[in-house]
Design a protein around this ligand. Structure first.
Ligand SMILES: [Zn+2]
Length: 343
Protein backbone atom coordinates (compact mmCIF):
# COMPACT_ATOMS: atom_id res chain seq x y z
CA UNK A 1 0.00 0.00 0.00
CA UNK A 2 1.30 3.44 -0.90
CA UNK A 3 1.77 6.16 1.74
CA UNK A 4 -1.23 8.35 2.57
CA UNK A 5 -1.72 11.23 0.15
CA UNK A 6 -2.80 14.79 0.86
CA UNK A 7 -4.13 16.93 -1.99
CA UNK A 8 -3.88 20.70 -1.84
CA UNK A 9 -3.71 23.62 -4.25
CA UNK A 10 -2.87 27.32 -3.86
CA UNK A 11 -6.11 28.29 -5.64
CA UNK A 12 -7.85 27.64 -2.30
CA UNK A 13 -6.28 30.90 -1.11
CA UNK A 14 -7.70 32.88 -4.06
CA UNK A 15 -11.35 32.33 -3.11
CA UNK A 16 -11.52 35.75 -1.44
CA UNK A 17 -14.34 35.99 1.06
CA UNK A 18 -13.06 39.02 3.03
CA UNK A 19 -13.94 38.89 6.70
CA UNK A 20 -16.21 35.84 6.24
CA UNK A 21 -15.49 32.98 8.70
CA UNK A 22 -14.95 30.63 5.73
CA UNK A 23 -11.71 32.32 4.70
CA UNK A 24 -8.31 31.44 3.27
CA UNK A 25 -6.95 31.72 6.81
CA UNK A 26 -8.41 28.27 7.48
CA UNK A 27 -6.18 26.62 4.89
CA UNK A 28 -3.16 28.71 5.91
CA UNK A 29 -3.60 27.63 9.56
CA UNK A 30 -3.96 23.94 8.72
CA UNK A 31 -1.04 23.94 6.30
CA UNK A 32 1.17 25.72 8.83
CA UNK A 33 0.29 23.16 11.50
CA UNK A 34 0.94 20.28 9.09
CA UNK A 35 4.24 21.70 7.83
CA UNK A 36 5.43 22.11 11.42
CA UNK A 37 4.91 18.37 11.73
CA UNK A 38 6.60 17.66 8.39
CA UNK A 39 3.16 16.90 6.90
CA UNK A 40 3.07 13.77 9.09
CA UNK A 41 5.04 11.96 6.40
CA UNK A 42 2.11 12.15 4.00
CA UNK A 43 2.73 12.38 0.30
CA UNK A 44 1.65 15.97 -0.53
CA UNK A 45 0.43 16.59 -4.08
CA UNK A 46 -1.17 19.41 -6.05
CA UNK A 47 -4.81 18.77 -6.86
CA UNK A 48 -5.87 18.88 -10.47
CA UNK A 49 -8.92 20.91 -11.46
CA UNK A 50 -11.96 18.66 -11.73
CA UNK A 51 -13.11 18.29 -15.31
CA UNK A 52 -16.43 19.67 -16.40
CA UNK A 53 -17.56 16.10 -16.96
CA UNK A 54 -16.71 15.10 -13.38
CA UNK A 55 -18.56 18.08 -11.90
CA UNK A 56 -21.32 17.69 -14.48
CA UNK A 57 -22.01 14.17 -13.23
CA UNK A 58 -23.55 15.85 -10.16
CA UNK A 59 -24.40 19.44 -11.16
CA UNK A 60 -26.31 20.61 -14.25
CA UNK A 61 -24.31 22.69 -16.75
CA UNK A 62 -26.30 25.84 -15.89
CA UNK A 63 -25.06 25.66 -12.30
CA UNK A 64 -21.42 25.39 -13.37
CA UNK A 65 -21.89 28.21 -15.92
CA UNK A 66 -23.56 30.48 -13.35
CA UNK A 67 -20.62 30.20 -10.94
CA UNK A 68 -18.06 30.62 -13.70
CA UNK A 69 -19.76 33.70 -15.09
CA UNK A 70 -20.36 35.35 -11.69
CA UNK A 71 -16.65 34.91 -10.88
CA UNK A 72 -15.74 36.17 -14.35
CA UNK A 73 -17.77 39.32 -13.74
CA UNK A 74 -15.75 40.06 -10.60
CA UNK A 75 -17.76 38.01 -8.12
CA UNK A 76 -20.68 38.81 -5.83
CA UNK A 77 -23.17 37.36 -3.37
CA UNK A 78 -25.03 34.13 -4.18
CA UNK A 79 -27.02 34.22 -0.97
CA UNK A 80 -26.64 35.85 2.44
CA UNK A 81 -23.89 33.38 3.43
CA UNK A 82 -22.26 32.55 0.14
CA UNK A 83 -20.11 34.82 -1.98
CA UNK A 84 -17.59 34.48 -4.76
CA UNK A 85 -14.58 36.50 -5.94
CA UNK A 86 -12.75 36.33 -9.29
CA UNK A 87 -10.58 33.46 -7.99
CA UNK A 88 -13.45 31.38 -6.61
CA UNK A 89 -14.23 29.40 -9.75
CA UNK A 90 -10.66 28.11 -10.02
CA UNK A 91 -10.66 27.37 -6.27
CA UNK A 92 -13.93 25.46 -6.61
CA UNK A 93 -12.64 23.46 -9.61
CA UNK A 94 -9.61 22.39 -7.59
CA UNK A 95 -11.67 21.71 -4.44
CA UNK A 96 -13.78 19.31 -6.48
CA UNK A 97 -10.60 18.08 -8.20
CA UNK A 98 -8.94 17.36 -4.85
CA UNK A 99 -11.90 15.20 -3.85
CA UNK A 100 -11.76 13.38 -7.19
CA UNK A 101 -7.99 12.94 -6.80
CA UNK A 102 -8.59 11.33 -3.40
CA UNK A 103 -10.67 8.67 -5.13
CA UNK A 104 -8.04 8.19 -7.84
CA UNK A 105 -5.31 7.83 -5.19
CA UNK A 106 -7.36 5.21 -3.37
CA UNK A 107 -8.80 3.24 -6.26
CA UNK A 108 -6.52 3.97 -9.23
CA UNK A 109 -3.77 1.73 -10.45
CA UNK A 110 -1.13 4.29 -11.48
CA UNK A 111 1.97 5.49 -9.68
CA UNK A 112 1.27 6.49 -6.09
CA UNK A 113 -2.22 4.95 -6.29
CA UNK A 114 -3.66 2.29 -3.99
CA UNK A 115 -3.05 4.49 -0.96
CA UNK A 116 -4.86 3.22 2.14
CA UNK A 117 -6.06 6.73 2.85
CA UNK A 118 -6.08 10.13 1.21
CA UNK A 119 -7.33 13.60 2.10
CA UNK A 120 -8.39 16.73 0.26
CA UNK A 121 -7.47 20.00 1.98
CA UNK A 122 -9.42 22.61 0.09
CA UNK A 123 -11.97 25.36 0.19
CA UNK A 124 -14.69 26.24 -0.59
CA UNK A 125 -16.34 23.33 1.23
CA UNK A 126 -19.06 21.37 -0.53
CA UNK A 127 -21.68 19.56 1.51
CA UNK A 128 -24.36 22.29 1.39
CA UNK A 129 -24.21 22.65 -2.41
CA UNK A 130 -27.24 21.03 -4.03
CA UNK A 131 -27.40 19.96 -7.67
CA UNK A 132 -28.51 23.34 -8.92
CA UNK A 133 -27.86 25.58 -5.96
CA UNK A 134 -24.73 26.92 -4.28
CA UNK A 135 -25.37 27.71 -0.61
CA UNK A 136 -23.87 27.72 2.87
CA UNK A 137 -20.32 28.71 1.72
CA UNK A 138 -20.39 25.81 -0.78
CA UNK A 139 -20.25 26.01 -4.60
CA UNK A 140 -19.76 22.43 -5.83
CA UNK A 141 -20.61 19.29 -3.83
CA UNK A 142 -17.04 18.01 -3.52
CA UNK A 143 -17.71 14.81 -1.56
CA UNK A 144 -20.68 13.91 -3.76
CA UNK A 145 -18.59 14.51 -6.89
CA UNK A 146 -15.93 12.19 -5.44
CA UNK A 147 -18.48 9.45 -4.68
CA UNK A 148 -19.98 9.78 -8.16
CA UNK A 149 -16.49 9.62 -9.67
CA UNK A 150 -15.78 6.39 -7.77
CA UNK A 151 -18.96 4.90 -9.25
CA UNK A 152 -18.43 6.21 -12.80
CA UNK A 153 -14.68 5.70 -13.18
CA UNK A 154 -14.08 2.58 -11.08
CA UNK A 155 -17.38 0.75 -11.14
CA UNK A 156 -17.67 1.00 -7.37
CA UNK A 157 -21.03 -0.38 -6.30
CA UNK A 158 -21.46 1.14 -2.85
CA UNK A 159 -19.99 4.25 -1.24
CA UNK A 160 -20.50 5.28 2.37
CA UNK A 161 -20.25 9.02 2.98
CA UNK A 162 -20.11 9.87 6.66
CA UNK A 163 -20.47 13.59 7.40
CA UNK A 164 -19.44 14.73 10.88
CA UNK A 165 -19.59 18.46 10.14
CA UNK A 166 -21.83 20.09 12.75
CA UNK A 167 -24.21 21.26 10.02
CA UNK A 168 -26.41 18.88 8.09
CA UNK A 169 -24.95 18.10 4.65
CA UNK A 170 -28.17 18.96 2.84
CA UNK A 171 -26.46 18.93 -0.55
CA UNK A 172 -25.06 15.41 -0.32
CA UNK A 173 -28.34 14.32 1.29
CA UNK A 174 -30.39 15.69 -1.63
CA UNK A 175 -28.07 14.46 -4.39
CA UNK A 176 -28.26 10.80 -3.30
CA UNK A 177 -31.73 10.90 -1.74
CA UNK A 178 -33.29 8.39 -4.10
CA UNK A 179 -30.28 6.12 -4.57
CA UNK A 180 -28.95 3.07 -2.79
CA UNK A 181 -25.43 3.11 -4.25
CA UNK A 182 -24.42 5.90 -1.87
CA UNK A 183 -25.28 5.63 1.80
CA UNK A 184 -25.22 9.12 3.25
CA UNK A 185 -24.96 9.32 7.00
CA UNK A 186 -24.76 12.63 8.85
CA UNK A 187 -24.41 13.59 12.48
CA UNK A 188 -25.32 17.22 13.01
CA UNK A 189 -26.56 19.70 15.58
CA UNK A 190 -30.29 20.33 15.43
CA UNK A 191 -31.79 22.84 15.31
CA UNK A 192 -29.12 24.65 13.31
CA UNK A 193 -28.48 25.88 9.76
CA UNK A 194 -29.63 24.73 7.21
CA UNK A 195 -32.58 23.24 9.10
CA UNK A 196 -32.67 19.98 7.12
CA UNK A 197 -31.77 16.45 8.21
CA UNK A 198 -34.43 15.34 10.68
CA UNK A 199 -34.19 11.72 11.82
CA UNK A 200 -37.36 11.06 9.81
CA UNK A 201 -35.58 11.87 6.52
CA UNK A 202 -34.43 8.40 5.49
CA UNK A 203 -34.30 8.86 1.73
CA UNK A 204 -36.96 8.04 -0.85
CA UNK A 205 -37.85 5.39 -3.40
CA UNK A 206 -34.86 3.14 -4.07
CA UNK A 207 -32.93 5.31 -1.61
CA UNK A 208 -35.24 4.67 1.34
CA UNK A 209 -33.07 3.63 4.28
CA UNK A 210 -29.90 4.86 2.55
CA UNK A 211 -30.05 8.34 4.04
CA UNK A 212 -29.32 8.22 7.75
CA UNK A 213 -29.71 11.43 9.70
CA UNK A 214 -28.47 11.61 13.26
CA UNK A 215 -29.47 14.99 14.70
CA UNK A 216 -28.04 15.82 18.14
CA UNK A 217 -28.80 18.76 20.42
CA UNK A 218 -26.51 21.74 20.94
CA UNK A 219 -24.08 21.05 23.76
CA UNK A 220 -23.38 17.51 22.55
CA UNK A 221 -19.76 16.55 23.12
CA UNK A 222 -17.31 13.72 22.55
CA UNK A 223 -19.42 11.01 24.18
CA UNK A 224 -22.52 11.72 22.11
CA UNK A 225 -20.67 12.05 18.81
CA UNK A 226 -18.40 9.07 19.40
CA UNK A 227 -21.26 6.92 20.62
CA UNK A 228 -23.09 7.57 17.34
CA UNK A 229 -19.99 6.71 15.33
CA UNK A 230 -19.21 3.51 17.22
CA UNK A 231 -22.74 2.27 17.82
CA UNK A 232 -24.64 3.54 14.78
CA UNK A 233 -22.30 4.39 11.90
CA UNK A 234 -19.98 1.40 12.27
CA UNK A 235 -22.71 -1.25 12.52
CA UNK A 236 -24.41 0.43 9.56
CA UNK A 237 -21.15 0.30 7.59
CA UNK A 238 -20.81 -3.40 8.38
CA UNK A 239 -24.32 -4.06 7.12
CA UNK A 240 -23.90 -1.92 3.99
CA UNK A 241 -20.40 -3.24 3.15
CA UNK A 242 -19.27 -0.26 1.06
CA UNK A 243 -16.36 -0.47 -1.38
CA UNK A 244 -15.17 2.96 -0.27
CA UNK A 245 -15.62 5.15 2.81
CA UNK A 246 -15.56 8.92 2.41
CA UNK A 247 -15.57 11.34 5.32
CA UNK A 248 -17.07 14.80 4.98
CA UNK A 249 -14.83 16.08 7.73
CA UNK A 250 -15.91 19.40 9.20
CA UNK A 251 -14.55 20.67 12.50
CA UNK A 252 -17.27 23.10 13.52
CA UNK A 253 -18.66 20.72 16.16
CA UNK A 254 -15.55 21.70 18.12
CA UNK A 255 -16.19 23.29 21.53
CA UNK A 256 -14.24 26.40 20.44
CA UNK A 257 -16.08 26.88 17.14
CA UNK A 258 -18.01 30.16 16.89
CA UNK A 259 -20.67 28.95 14.42
CA UNK A 260 -22.35 26.21 16.44
CA UNK A 261 -22.88 24.98 19.98
CA UNK A 262 -21.43 21.49 20.23
CA UNK A 263 -18.57 20.55 22.51
CA UNK A 264 -16.35 18.10 20.66
CA UNK A 265 -12.65 18.30 21.60
CA UNK A 266 -9.47 17.63 19.60
CA UNK A 267 -9.38 14.21 21.28
CA UNK A 268 -13.00 13.63 20.27
CA UNK A 269 -12.19 14.20 16.60
CA UNK A 270 -9.16 11.91 16.92
CA UNK A 271 -11.39 9.24 18.47
CA UNK A 272 -14.00 9.55 15.70
CA UNK A 273 -11.18 9.30 13.17
CA UNK A 274 -9.86 6.19 14.94
CA UNK A 275 -13.32 4.68 14.83
CA UNK A 276 -13.68 5.33 11.10
CA UNK A 277 -10.16 4.08 10.40
CA UNK A 278 -10.98 0.88 12.28
CA UNK A 279 -14.24 0.70 10.34
CA UNK A 280 -12.48 0.95 6.95
CA UNK A 281 -9.79 -1.53 8.04
CA UNK A 282 -12.40 -4.00 9.21
CA UNK A 283 -14.19 -3.75 5.87
CA UNK A 284 -10.90 -3.90 4.00
CA UNK A 285 -11.70 -0.73 2.04
CA UNK A 286 -9.86 2.58 1.61
CA UNK A 287 -10.74 5.75 3.48
CA UNK A 288 -10.90 9.21 1.91
CA UNK A 289 -11.39 12.50 3.65
CA UNK A 290 -12.69 15.80 2.32
CA UNK A 291 -12.50 18.97 4.42
CA UNK A 292 -15.84 20.68 5.06
CA UNK A 293 -16.28 23.40 7.74
CA UNK A 294 -14.45 24.43 10.92
CA UNK A 295 -13.98 28.08 11.74
CA UNK A 296 -11.87 28.43 14.89
CA UNK A 297 -8.43 28.36 13.36
CA UNK A 298 -6.46 26.82 16.23
CA UNK A 299 -9.09 24.16 16.96
CA UNK A 300 -9.54 23.45 13.27
CA UNK A 301 -5.84 22.96 12.59
CA UNK A 302 -5.21 20.89 15.73
CA UNK A 303 -8.19 18.65 15.07
CA UNK A 304 -7.43 18.24 11.37
CA UNK A 305 -3.83 17.26 12.17
CA UNK A 306 -5.09 14.84 14.85
CA UNK A 307 -7.43 13.27 12.29
CA UNK A 308 -4.72 12.75 9.68
CA UNK A 309 -2.38 11.38 12.32
CA UNK A 310 -4.90 8.69 13.20
CA UNK A 311 -6.18 7.79 9.74
CA UNK A 312 -2.66 7.72 8.28
CA UNK A 313 -0.98 5.76 11.08
CA UNK A 314 0.82 2.57 10.05
CA UNK A 315 -1.01 0.55 12.67
CA UNK A 316 -4.68 1.14 13.30
CA UNK A 317 -5.18 2.79 16.68
CA UNK A 318 -7.30 0.89 19.19
CA UNK A 319 -11.00 1.42 18.53
CA UNK A 320 -12.44 3.78 21.11
CA UNK A 321 -14.61 2.36 23.88
CA UNK A 322 -17.74 4.36 24.57
CA UNK A 323 -21.08 3.59 26.18
CA UNK A 324 -24.25 3.61 24.07
CA UNK A 325 -25.72 7.08 24.42
CA UNK A 326 -29.55 7.13 24.72
CA UNK A 327 -29.78 9.09 21.47
CA UNK A 328 -27.59 6.54 19.68
CA UNK A 329 -29.83 3.80 21.08
CA UNK A 330 -32.90 5.56 19.65
CA UNK A 331 -31.13 5.84 16.30
CA UNK A 332 -30.39 2.08 16.39
CA UNK A 333 -34.07 1.43 17.05
CA UNK A 334 -35.14 3.64 14.13
CA UNK A 335 -32.64 2.00 11.79
CA UNK A 336 -33.88 -1.47 12.68
CA UNK A 337 -36.68 -0.86 10.14
CA UNK A 338 -34.06 -0.91 7.36
CA UNK A 339 -30.95 -2.55 8.70
CA UNK A 340 -30.17 -5.66 10.73
CA UNK A 341 -29.60 -4.99 14.42
CA UNK A 342 -25.93 -4.60 15.37
CA UNK A 343 -24.33 -7.80 16.65
ZN1 LIG B 1 -20.45 23.19 9.02
Amino acid sequence: MAAPVLFRHPSSLEHDTGSHPESARRIVAIERALSERDWLGWNVRLSPAATREQIGAVHPPEHIDRIESLCGRGGGMIDMDTLVSPGSYEAALHAAGGAVAVVDALLGAGEGASARCAASLHRPPGHHAERGQAMGFCLFANAAIAAQHAIDAYGVRRVLIFDWDVHHGNGTNAIFHERDDVLFCSIHQSPLYPGTGPASDVGRGAGEGFTVNLPVPGGSGDDVFLSHVEHVVRPLARAYAPDLVLLSAGYDAHADDPLAGCRVTDEGFAAMAASMRACADELGVPLGLVLEGGYELAALSRSFVATLEVVGADAAPPAPVVAVDPLALRAQERLAAYWPAPA
